[in-house]
Design a binder for this molecule. Sequence first.
Ligand code: RM4
Ligand code: MN
Ligand code: MN
Length: 431
Amino acid sequence: MTHFSISEDLLQAENAARKMALDEDYAALARALGRRGIDGDALTRRVMAFGVAIPTWGVGTGGTRFARFPGPGEPRHLFDKLEDCATIHHLVRATPTISPHFPWDATSDYVALREVAAKHGLAFDAVNSNTFQDQPNQEHSYKFGSLSHVEPAARAQAIAHNIDCIAIGRQLGSKALTVWIADGSNFAGQSNMTLALDRYLDSMREIYAALPADWRVFLEHKLYEPAFYSSVISDWGTSFAAAQELGPKAQCLVDLGHHAPNVNIEQIVARLVRFGKLGGFHFNDSKYGDDDLDTGSVEPFRLFLVFNELIDARMRGAEGFAPTYMLDQSHNVTDPIESLMQSAIELQRAHAQALMVDRSALAATQAANDALGAHLELKRAYTTDVSPILAMARLRAGGAIAPIETYRASGYRKHKAEERPPVARTSAGIV
Ligand code: RM4
Ligand code: MN
Ligand code: MN
């Protein structure tokens, strides 16, 4: 069966219909930015250079703990997922990499997988291990933990899985392992919090020792869920201390939904930058907890403030600063392809706006204790509509001026619904 893909003809036609309006809007914005001493074309080039990895699990409908409502034409296996990721990148031109999750993405030939991905124009970013679920025929259960389990045999199994993930990642051309564990406790007294962390560190030391020289390991913290009383790697402080003990290849990963409500995430980012321990991000958005909502859909200003710290770090040449960017979203009520395209665009937007901050004016207001003046420097950038720059960046990179409209016009999902008959799956989502 031939696999439908969005044709260049359709893309060209869709772009042609919007090109004149874009040229006008782009020229007007470039003039306005010019008056502020900002080179619009240079900004467009910076936007074109930005990339974020798509999580392979993000192209399927996630669901909640309660239910999963499958959508038509969902990917049935990894190769379908690659097609969807390629479609996203084709239109948005901001997602050249994918971040796989094992064993969800397990396959028999990883060299072949890498080649198929490359044919789609995709490379692999960090590999994610999974010791938060039991797999069929697994010898030791993770019901009471994995890397920090009280039983050495369960820990050994979780360690071996992470080392397997590194071996797979090497074949895929990946350079990092992301470790998130669900370990923790649900009752006061259930777990010795000190010894649980000790066991985690001992396990992580073994995984760390298996890292190739040019690899990093990212420790992903999360305040709660599924452990509701205490999580072993609950916050950035624990993550930082653990990364520090492990060594230079260990860094911290910030998932935007893994903090208590109202926590100042941009300050956490600044702290991790300061200590050379910012490894990367899982971008998403959140109202209450680990909601895994679309990036920039709830708190776009916070996203901008995170990028403001990142640009500040880059401009200062902060030591050890090389974060990787990944999305980590779960889509329950939207078409995942549309959500992921929109999220990538929101990241480009935050990035472009942060690049527009007049850093020397900001520093001057800060030095003069001009609190409102400093705030206005940020707001000036944040309130500028950079949409024409983002659209021009996509167009110049060969993508779509209007990715979601073009995607809808192509009938991609309808075609996939025919190509990919639904498979029986009863489980809830990935939460
Ligand atoms: C977790 C965490 C991990 C992700 C899983 C699916 O809450 O965010 O990064 O791999 O969900
Ligand atoms: Mn995550
Ligand atoms: Mn999460």
